[in-house]
Design a protein around this ligand. Structure first.
Ligand SMILES: [Zn+2]
Ligand SMILES: [Zn+2]
Length: 140
């Protein structure tokens, strides 16, 4: 049994900063990938650290439409955030049955580890990459 199978047996929960958006993941979650593209950096205020799950595994419990979705003009991705506290939570493509979940919004402990840096060519100049992680110039 590898570690991903171990993790998949657990239910993960998470929320935004104010708690208005909560979610439950009931199924396998991917290890963490850091995205250094300029869109993720603007959205998160730093690079984006994401797990990803099948959309059907994710249940979002949002009070009074706290969760809003932003679509960049640059691509067809949608980014989910809390309109009250501003937490950045989700990233998804309409054409895909997987949704990315911002790792920092997961409740602890996650049992996950960071494995890969993507869009490293677009990283900002004020931090260094961990040499231990797999590196991809572009996306997955
Ligand atoms: Zn919130
Ligand atoms: Zn990105």
């Amino acid at each position: 049994m590898d570690s991903s199978e171990t993790v998949s047996k657990h239910v993960h929960t998470g929320s935004c900063l104010c708690g208005g958006v909560r979610y439950t993941i009931n199924g396998q979650v991917r290890d963490i990938i850091n995205c250094h593209c300029s869109l993720c950096r603007k959205f998160h205020g730093h690079f984006g650290a994401y797990t990803a799950v099948k959309t059907r595994y994710l249940t979002i419990n949002s009070n009074s439409n706290f969760l809003a979705w932003y679509s960049s003009m640059h691509n067809d991705a949608q980014r989910g955030f809390c309109v009250i506290c501003g937490s950045s939570l989700f990233w998804k493509l309409a054409s895909n049955d997987t949704i990315s979940v911002a790792a920092g919004t997961l409740d602890q402990p996650t049992g996950l580890k960071t494995v890969t840096d993507i869009y490293v060519a677009d990283k900002a100049d004020y931090y260094h990459l961990d040499p231990q992680l797999q590196k991809l110039e572009k996306g997955l």
